[in-house]
Design a protein around this ligand. Sequence first.
Ligand code: CP
Ligand code: NVA
Length: 306
Amino acid sequence: MQHYLQFTDFTASEYAYLFERAALIKKKFKAYEKHQPLTDHTLVMIFEKASTRTRISFQAGMYQLGGSVVHLTTADSQLGRAEPIEDSARVISRMVDLVMIRTFEQSKLECFAKHSRVPVINGLTNEFHPCQILADIFTYIEHRGPIQGKTVAWVGDGNNMANTWLQAAKLLDFKVNVSTPSGYEVNEKVAVSPEGISAKHYESYSDPMAACQGADLVTTDVWTSMGYEAENEVRKKAFAAWRVNADMMSVANPDALFMHCLPAHRGEEVDADIIDGPQSVVWEEAENRLHVQKALMEYLLLGRQS
Ligand code: CP
Ligand code: NVA
């Protein structure tokens, strides 16, 4: 049994399979062709934080694969009344085939997985967001071909998305140029511990323009992630120069793409003319959550199909 708790849980060869499979599943979806290998399978989604894309893509995805879904939140379950995670995992995983969790600390997700009889998927934690990076890389490949050897510029917070980009760069052999305000750096111990990451795959810049120089993909995220709302006002001041704008895009490669996991705040982490401009692929990126996660759920439950 395999879990998907962070990007490093799969090998490069498993990712190659998943990207191919997602392309096939997407093609069938676009042709209105049924693809229902998960009939009689049930997914539980547990949300301790808000969501639009993750909820819809997992729920619609599981239905489209022929299965069913149960949706739980902290407020409407015993999770919010301090039932131990271990007990919740033991009970829930006796009744369903697959679990997706969006929570705060990665350690909570890991604790659940440790006591689960069925595969567990990370639907976002404070530390990682692997399903999003899966969709982002799939989107890059769809538009520009292999990501190996390419450069991704990360402009903004050293958050769950940035950590996951570092893991992906190391595993799939591309480079991430990261620029964060001082005090909001990526924590390499969290992202790529214990082996670390080489300069071939990761470079840190104080100037966001320098990070974007020659990039094939420029990407960013909200200045304040879920769970950090109390820091909002301080962050607004600290992040003012980390807004992706036309100047940054102009030093990237001429065919560079722009991505954002969404939800976005125009005028904060990105200018409207960039996210709504010709280099932006954010809507395809969001849609691809559906297709890659269908491939992911099928793989975790049934293994390789081709
Ligand atoms: N990108 C993403 O995970 O969006 P939601 O918070 O809407 O799920
Ligand atoms: N970094 C953001 C991503 C939201 C999808 C957050 O954790 O809130």
